[in-house]
Design a protein around this ligand. Sequence first.
Ligand SMILES: *Cc1c(COP(=O)(O)O)cnc(C)c1O
Length: 479
Amino acid sequence: MAPNNDVDHDKLTTAGQQHKRRSWAEPYKIKMVEPIRMTTREQRQRALEEAGYNTFLIRSEDVYIDLLTDSGTSAMSDWQWAGMMLGDEAYAGSKNYYNLEATVAKHYGYKHLIPTHQGRGAEHILSQITTKGGDVVPGNMYFTTTRYHQEHAGAKFIDIIMPEAHDPTFIHPFKGNVDLDKLESVLKEYGTARIPYVSMAATVNMAGGQPVSMENMRQVRELCNRHGVPVMLDATRAVENAYFIQQREPGYSDKSVSEILLEFCRLTDGGTMSGKKDPLVNIGGWLSLNDDALAEKARNMVVVYEGLHTYGGMSGRDMEAMARGIEESVQDDHMRARVGQVEYLGELLMEWGIPIVQPIGGHAVYLDARRFYPDMPQECFPAQTLAAELYLDSGVRSMERGIVSAGRDVVTGENHQPKLELVRLTIPRRVYTQAHMDVTAESVLSVFTQSQKPKGLEMVYEPEYLRFFQARFRPLETA
Ligand SMILES: *Cc1c(COP(=O)(O)O)cnc(C)c1O
C-alpha cells in the first residue's frame, strides 16, 4: 500500500503514546486544607541560626514543605476521624482496645497486644523483658531507638544485614536482607544463652527504606529455629515491605498486600510497632507477642511505664483511629499511591543526575551527601550541612542520617563512622501533592549545582543520648 502523505506520522506516534499512557492518582480527594507559610531566604537564615543548624530544632511554622519525617505526620481519613468520636475513654477494658487487638490479630497475626504510647515504648518493654547484661542482639542494620533500648538493657548490637546495604549505589531488590552466613556464625558463637532474639526490621529505615524478601525471612526463621532463638520484627513499616514483595518477588504478584503481610509476620514471634508510620495515625504504638508467658511479663511492665495494659499510653479514640488506620494501610491502592509518590520524587532526581540511594525506598528518598560535597571530611558533617543548605534554599525540611545520627560507641566513646552519609527526604502519607514533590526536586537540584560549596559544620553542643535530635552546630568559615 502506498504511504498516505497527508498523515503526519510524528504526531500520530505521540498521540498513540498519549493514548497508551495510563496515569494513576491518589485513591482519595481532599476535604480539608491546612495553609502553609512561605518564607524569605532572610527569614530562613535567621531560623536556621536560632536552630543551631539542626533541622530538628526549626519551628514547624518556619517550614514550607516538611519532609523531616513520616512519623506521626500522616493525614487521617474521614473514617478515622469519625472513629475518634467513638472513643470509649474507660480506664480499663475500652472497647477500642479490643477492636485494635482484633485488627492487629487479623492483619499481623499476633496473639497478644500490649499498647504503648509509641514505638520506643514497645522497644523498651521488649528489651527489658528479654535481655540481660552480656547478651548480643543480631539485627539487619540498627535503628536509633531500637538499638538504644537493646544497649540500655545490657546487650551489644551486631549488624547482620548484607554488607552491600551499606553501599548507596548497590542495586538489589531486597537490600534489607540478612547475610545468612553471618547470622549463622553469630548464632553458633553466642547460642541461645546469649541471644534473646534476632531483631528484624522490614523495611530497613536506616538502609534507605529497603525491603526484606519473604525468601530471606523464611531462611532467617529456619536458622533461628535450628538454634532455638526467637525472631522479633520491627513491624513499623512491614506493610510497605509487603508491597515491595508483591511488586518484586517471584510468586507474589497475585497476592494482596494484606495476605503477604500476614504470611511475613507469621515467620516471627512478635513485633514492635510505631503507629506513627504504616498505621496512619499521629501517635501510638504496640508490642505484640505470641508467647503467653512473655506477654504476661510485658503486661506487667507496661503498667509501670506506659499505662494499664488495655490502653498503654493511648486514649480510646487514639486506639480506634489506629485500628481504622491499619485497615486502610493494608489496601493495595493505598500502598501503590504511597510508594508511588516516593518513587515519583526519586525518579525525578535520578533523571537529573542527583546522587541518591538506590533502589528508591518505601518512605523516603535519601540523598548521598558525600557526593554533593566530595571534598568535605565526615568530621565536618556533610549530611547535616546539606540538610541546612536545602532548608535555606527553599524551606524544605529534611533530616541527617549520617555520622550525627550514628552517635558514639557505648564502650569506647568514639564516634561511629557510618559508611552512609545521607539526607533523608521523608514523605508523609497522604499529605503532599505531586506539585510539592516538583518544588522539592528543583530545590535539591539547585543545592546540588551550587557553585560556592559550604565548608561544613562544627558541633557546639552534644547531648548525651540520641544526639541528632538536639545537637547544635556552627558553620565553618568559608576560606
Ligand atoms: C519510628 C521508628 C521506630 C520508633 O518509633 P517511635 O514511635 O518514633 O518511638 C522504630 N523503628 C523504626 C523502623 C521506626 O521507623
